[in-house]
Design a protein around this ligand. Structure first.
Ligand code: IVH
Length: 661
């Protein structure tokens, strides 16, 4: 390929990719599959690798994440990024409207009402149709240049359509959807990583990452609500039109009202509707529509007088802390958990709340016996918000960070930031229990029947010290278990024996290597073909595997070099476990061209059913969208079922699914 040929092909590919991105995200009318999109992208990447001077900052290849940064440079905002005054009551909102009426000297004032998205404020500048930079609010005057991280958001156009506005600065909010956040936390839990408390924290943490490759894997999204500077627009309504013309997503719900009663009706309706929005919202933003009116009302030193945030009360409840226990995780992490007097919040009974870490206990001065306010909303893990100190009697007990593991007595280890406290003893009975529970779980080796209480007995009787010991169990040893009959013993032994045939990615996942979730384990086996090849791989070779970044690679490399683990693997191999990837032979092409989402409880675990779908030619996706052909719904199907019903996606029972095959 000559330089000229490469240049013309690259320009074509780039334009096509921008077009398809727009078709997917803005118009919701995709013309090609994800796979075809990836093929075009790959071709462009190859050309740019051979002809580096063809690479432009707005190239679609720049989304996947470039080189990590040393730190963020600062950007001085062209126009200050202000915040809003908050109100929590309908009276205060009415008073706000009265102030606006007085300021403008008339009765009827057109206002818009939008959801207040609970994310991170961002400003993005486009020049001549190309995304120039994006920055966080910072102190309002200057913020971090997070352009590379923002470019990973596929909904965000890197280049604007030619027929719309070309140079302007837009303000919006970066967020994670409720489902994206739940999935991220689930993956983190599986990989033995600390969980994020809520989507906002997780968004803020992600934007602060210096390596855009990691950011590219996080489910960030964006919505816009305004302009830095009103050049040719005269109202918020015209801002919406401009956003539409530029292909930038605006609020999903917008109301107009010109009286206090109208505002109240809108915020009440929004409170109902926001539960079904895909992202967390913590309030409504009310803005005077006309920019001429806005200018007349003016601003205070920190917030505009023409807008206000009406915050909904997060669902809170008062209860008492009965105890603060230490939960020992699979990686040895010691996490304090508050045991509560059970209380109803957001429609479910809460009897535990996370305290995250001991710093938090100290900061909030939480004691056993305290009356506390707890909060729960949407995907957020129940948390203790504050202590009602006026209810103290003086008998409340302080708790301190443990210096030794409460179970095995080993001196604890603190990580660099001193937040996570770990029991470093690999033989700690509690850590061993968690590890076995993970190994036998449905998503891993799927050894059915071996529940928590049986595992606890096995570990306490010292019948099982690691996962390889499971394969040495026999009838005689299991007869020592209490309250377990011969029939159960027989079932356990059968299930353990059957697990030897499981796909090796399940074994890799089941081993509980830090940062390796089910998805990562699958990728490793697809790439390396067998566990021995993974074990032998250098960090550089591991990084070559899709979805395996440096931190993960280092963790895998270290795991396979620990003598204890080498011995464990040898014993698992000797026990006859499957170490090499089975060639996936297509069972049929009956499901060709169909995309499935699996939800609820089914007769087999989800990965097994997903494998069946794939081996019959179907695709499996984690979330319901317009592209979903079927929702396979088991018992207790929840939000996915609701969404599929809404979108008119065909819903199948397990029996109907089996019938198709
Ligand atoms: S308008 C002068 N509209 O809330 C600031 N803000 O407390 C005008 N936010 O910094 C902001 N959703 O990050 C506006 N629909 C919305 C919003 C919104 C979320 C955030 C934004 C802002 C903060 C103000």
């Amino acid at each position: 390929m000559t330089q000229a040929e490469a240049a013309s092909r690259a320009a074509f590919l780039s334009a096509e990719l921008h077009r398809h991105n727009r078709l997917y995200y803005v118009e919701a009318k995709p013309e090609i599959s994800d796979k075809q999109f990836d093929e075009l992208l790959r071709e462009l990447q190859d050309i740019e690798a051979k002809f580096p001077d063809l690479l432009t900052p707005d190239s679609p290849t720049q989304r996947v994440g470039g080189a990590p940064l040393e730190g963020f440079t600062q950007i001085t905002h062209t126009v200050r990024m202000m915040s809003l005054d908050n109100t929590y009551s309908e009276e205060e909102l009415t008073a706000f409207f009265a102030r606006v009426q007085k300021g403008l000297g008339r009765e009827k004032i057109d206002c818009v009402i939008e959801p207040k998205v609970d994310g991170v404020a961002i400003t993005i500048r486009y020049e001549n149709g190309v995304l120039k930079y994006g920055a966080t609010r910072g102190d309002g005057a200057t913020g971090d240049d997070v352009t590379n991280n923002l470019k990973t958001i596929r909904r965000l156009p890197l280049r604007l359509p030619k027929d719309g506005p070309q140079t302007f600065e837009v303000r919006g909010e970066v967020f994670m959807t409720k489902t994206g956040f739940a999935k991220l936390n689930q993956e983190r839990e599986e990989a033995g990583e600390a969980l994020f408390a809520n989507p906002r924290n997780s968004t803020a943490g992600t934007l602060k990452l210096l390596d855009p490759k990691i950011v590219a894997k996080r489910p960030l999204d964006i919505v816009f609500y305004g302009l830095a500077e009103a050049s040719d627009v005269q109202s918020q309504n015209e801002v919406y039109a401009l956003l539409d013309a530029a292909g930038l997503r605006k609020a999903d719900l917008i109301w107009h009202a010109d009286s206090a009663e109208g505002l109240l009706a809108a915020i009440r309706e929004l409170d109902e509707k926001r539960k079904s929005l895909p992202y967390e919202t913590d309030g409504a933003v009310i803005k005077v529509n006309s920019f001429a009116d806005q200018r007349e009302l003016g601003v205070t030193s920190k917030a505009p007088r023409w807008a206000i945030a009406y915050k909904y009360q997060p669902e809170q409840a008062e209860t008492k802390i009965l105890a603060i226990d230490i939960q020992v995780g699979r990686t040895g992490a010691l996490t304090p958990v508050a045991r509560l007097e059970p209380v109803l919040v957001s429609g479910s009974t809460v009897s535990n709340a996370t305290l995250h870490n001991y710093e938090e206990i100290e900061r909030k001065d939480i004691r056993v016996g305290d009356v506390v306010i707890i909060e729960k909303a949407g995907e957020i893990i129940p948390a203790v918000v504050s202590v009602k100190k006026e209810h103290r009697h003086g008998h409340e007990k302080h708790v301190h960070a443990p210096t030794h593991c409460p179970v095995c007595g080993t001196a604890v280890h603190r990580d660099e930031e001193m937040v996570v406290i770990r029991c470093p003893n690999p033989h700690c009975p509690e850590v061993v229990k968690r590890r076995i529970e993970h190994f036998v779980s449905r998503g891993a080796m799927d050894i059915s029947g071996l529940g928590e209480s049986v595992i606890a007995q096995l570990v306490e009787l010292k019948l099982v010290k690691d996962v390889a010991d499971l394969y040495d169990l026999n009838e005689l040893l299991l007869a020592r278990l209490e309250r377990v009959g011969t029939k159960s013993i027989d079932n356990y032994l059968k299930a353990i024996a059957a697990s030897k045939q499981q796909d090796p990615w399940r074994l890799v996942f089941g081993l509980g290597i830090l940062h390796v979730g089910a998805g990562g384990a699958r990728k490793l086996l697809e790439h390396f073909g067998g566990i021995d090849a993974i074990a032998a791989a250098s960090v550089e070779e591991l990084i070559q595997c899709p979805d395996i970044g440096e931190i993960v690679a280092v963790s895998i490399h270290a795991w396979f070099r620990e003598p204890h683990n080498i011995a464990l693997l040898d014993r698992l191999r000797a026990a006859g476990l499957n170490f090499t990837q089975r060639a996936v032979t297509a069972a049929s092409d009956k499901l060709n061209g169909t995309t499935w989402v699996i939800t609820g409880t089914l007769s087999e675990d989800r990965e097994t059913i997903a494998d069946t779908i794939r081996s019959n030619g179907g695709k499996v996706s984690s979330s319901v969208s317009g592209k979903t052909t079927y929702l396979l719904a088991g018992e207790e199907a929840g939000s996915k079922l609701d969404k599929a019903t809404k979108l008119g996606v065909k819903i199948l029972s397990e029996a109907e699914f089996r019938g198709m095959l």
